[in-house]
Design a protein around this ligand. Structure first.
Ligand SMILES: Nc1ncnc2c1ncn2[C@@H]1O[C@H](COP(=O)(O)OP(=O)(O)O)[C@@H](O)[C@H]1O
Ligand SMILES: [Mg+2]
Length: 255
């Protein structure tokens, strides 16, 4: 039996008079990959912001791994195992690939700023453990050749892989990816599809926002379509293209 890892119930987010989310419900079963598509301004990024706590909700609830996290700070949700990527890369451009992945890992590492002084040996052990994990993901994402290269000197596609590698290194319980396909060329898209499909087959749980409907259909177990802050479709990836509401409000317009 599948268990729901993430459950969003009737979530509302208002910005002044605008209802960016007008009662959105969604559930994500452990081990599945869920796609979110919809026109610009539909509320997709706001949904991720509400899930991760970057914006507060004006109604509804967010449950994660069995707990109500609706009022929790973003860093607490990160500690519980949420990892998200940003539409514009969430990286330090002047820092190396290795430094960026280590920085991502530290978001979930279990020690404080004073620990290097107070507990030097334990801190060194954690550092070594983090470096081991950083090297693992650099190998897996074929980034070892760029290990000491600044992110600013990489192609956008490789930089996107660095961001993803940092998220995977955290061994989070859920990955929330906001338009990871944007700016990638055909071969980078194929690599991304392979990386995310492998993650799915390995039992990872992900929610992926993308404009590339074909990519979402190929990758995902379940697809949600958002329009004007509401879910207008949720269901299997194969049926989405023929759903009349989706065609009318999104696909018909996009193509
Ligand atoms: N911080 C904010 N302040 C005011 N309005 C916002 C804010 N974030 C998003 N919005 C608005 O909310 C709506 C949904 O935006 P967004 O979630 O970014 O859509 P999407 O990611 O689907 O393109 C848009 O009309 C956008 O302008
Ligand atoms: Mg967006």
């Amino acid at each position: 039996m599948m268990t729901e890892l993430l459950e969003i119930d009737s979530v509302e987010v208002r910005f002044g008079g605008l209802r960016a989310l007008a009662g959105v419900s969604m559930s994500v079963a452990e081990g599945t990959t869920v796609g979110v598509i919809g026109p610009n301004g539909a509320g997709k990024t706001t949904l991720f912001n509400a899930i991760t706590g970057i914006v507060g909700v004006d109604g509804g609830s967010v449950r994660f791994a069995g707990d109500d996290v609706t009022g929790l700070e973003p860093y607490r949700r990160a500690q519980l195992g949420m990892a998200r990527s940003f539409q514009n890369l969430g990286l330090m451009l002047t820092e190396s690939v290795e430094t960026n992945i280590m920085a991502s890992l530290h978001l979930s590492a279990d020690y404080g700023v004073l620990d290097p002084l107070l507990r030097p040996r334990a801190t060194r052990r954690i550092e070594q453990h983090c470096m081991g994990r950083a090297v693992d993901v650099m190998v897996r994402f074929e980034l070892m050749a760029y290990r000491h290269t600044a992110v600013a000197d990489l192609s956008f596609g490789v930089a996107r892989m660095v961001e993803l590698a940092g998220l995977f290194a955290r061994e989070a319980r859920i990955l929330l990816l906001d338009e990871p396909t944007t700016g990638l060329d055909t071969s980078e898209l194929a690599t991304l599809l392979e990386v995310l499909s492998t993650a799915r087959n390995d039992g990872h749980t992900s929610v992926v926002i993308a404009h590339d409907v074909g990519f979402i259909i190929e990758l995902c177990d379940v697809v949600y379509v958002l329009a004007e802050g509401r879910v207008i479709y949720s269901g299997g990836p194969q049926e989405v293209r023929s759903d009349q509401r989706v065609v009318d409000s999104y696909l018909g317009r996009a193509s």
